[in-house]
Design a binder for this molecule. Structure first.
Ligand code: CAA
Length: 281
């Protein structure tokens, strides 16, 4: 099956980035969110990001205009599902919500459509279990910031077919990314390792270390592109907390989110998206 039309569900940082890279690669994209304010924000985020790439000579003005024209913004789920050969779901990290969305996709999408989820930690098989289309469900885990990160984690559920895998890998190649294949257990590879790192950084802060020093140590002493406190602010504290909770549920107390991480989430110190985390934005 050739993918031409993509439905991206959820217009947060990940959904916007996925819509952007897909449109630049020539796909028609319908970006859906229940909130029109989220769609307005997504549109300006995409324009800003594409503008930055134009100013750096990585994209022409004409290609930017063409990419913007390929994206339709809508609050209507049916519009995003109707023509899509590929759906990429990017709603909140909540199992019940994601399962509800997949039941909707089953009703609204063509039978041959691939149903992808950008979950950062929930097992793909568990999301797929509420549908009769387990062969079409796959994990397509993009990294933040989507336009800059080269890798995408690809996760096969228990029933994912070879055809679904093959078509998904073609899509990843066409948008200029590299797939990293992970096994379907909570957290896959990236969140399993990064969430633990970020959770531990929160513990270091509680013990009296300054976020600036933790980041400096990991950037300058360990060669990380970005220290774990900055990274937590970038991905969002609630995303790391949900990842830890899913892994704790499946693997035990080793993955318990630190109480200070939970407290920071409750206080709205999520990072870039709320303007305040360990740093101010
Ligand atoms: N679109 C276009 N341009 C962008 C951009 C975007 N979305 N975001 C940043 N840029 C630009 C910046 O404005 C900057 O431009 P200038 O050079 O003109 O200033 C340029 O890209 C480089 O940015 P930085 O100066 O911040 O430089 P950097 O070299 O540190 O690169 C980075 C930034 C690529 C994000 C790098 O710090 C990095 O790789 N960080 C680690 C990120 C990471 O680990 N991501 C995965 C997190 S896990 C996840 O996402 C999954 C999950 O489920 C939680």
């Amino acid at each position: 099956m050739e993918v031409k039309n993509i439905g991206v569900i959820g217009a947060g940082a990940m959904g916007s980035g996925i819509a952007q890279v897909s449109a630049v690669a020539g796909y028609n994209v319908v970006l859906q969110d229940i909130y029109s304010t989220a769609l307005d924000k997504a549109k300006s985020t995409i324009e800003k990001s594409l503008g930055k790439l134009v100013s750096k000579g990585k994209l022409s003005e004409a290609d930017m205009k063409a990419a913007m024209e390929r994206i339709t913004f809508t609050t209507v789920l049916e519009e995003a599902c109707r023509d899509a050969e590929l759906i990429i779901e990017c709603v909140f990290e909540n199992l019940e919500l994601k399962q509800k969305m997949f039941q909707e996709f089953e009703k609204l999408c063509k039978p041959e459509a691939i149903l992808g989820t950008n979950t950062s930690a929930l097992p793909i098989t568990e999301i797929a279990s509420v549908t009769k289309r387990g062969d079409k469900v796959i994990g397509i885990h993009f990294m933040n910031p989507v336009p800059l990160m080269k890798g995408v984690e690809i996760i096969r559920g228990q029933l994912t077919s070879d055809e679904t895998m093959g078509t998904t890998l073609e899509y990843i190649k066409k948008i200029g990314k590299e797939p990293a294949i992970a096994v379907d257990y909570a957290g896959f590879i990236v969140s399993r390792l990064l969430d633990v790192l970020m959770n531990e950084a929160v513990k270091l802060v509680e013990e009296g270390n300054k976020p600036e020093e933790i980041d400096k140590a990991m950037e300058l002493c360990a060669g990380h592109p970005m220290g774990p406190c900055k990274l937590l602010d970038l991905v969002g504290a609630e995303i790391a907390m949900h990842g830890m909770e899913t892994m704790e549920r499946d693997f035990g107390p080793k993955y318990k989110p630190h109480p200070l991480l939970k407290k920071r989430v409750l206080a709205g110190l999520l990072g870039v998206k709320t303007g305040k985390g360990f740093y101010e934005y």
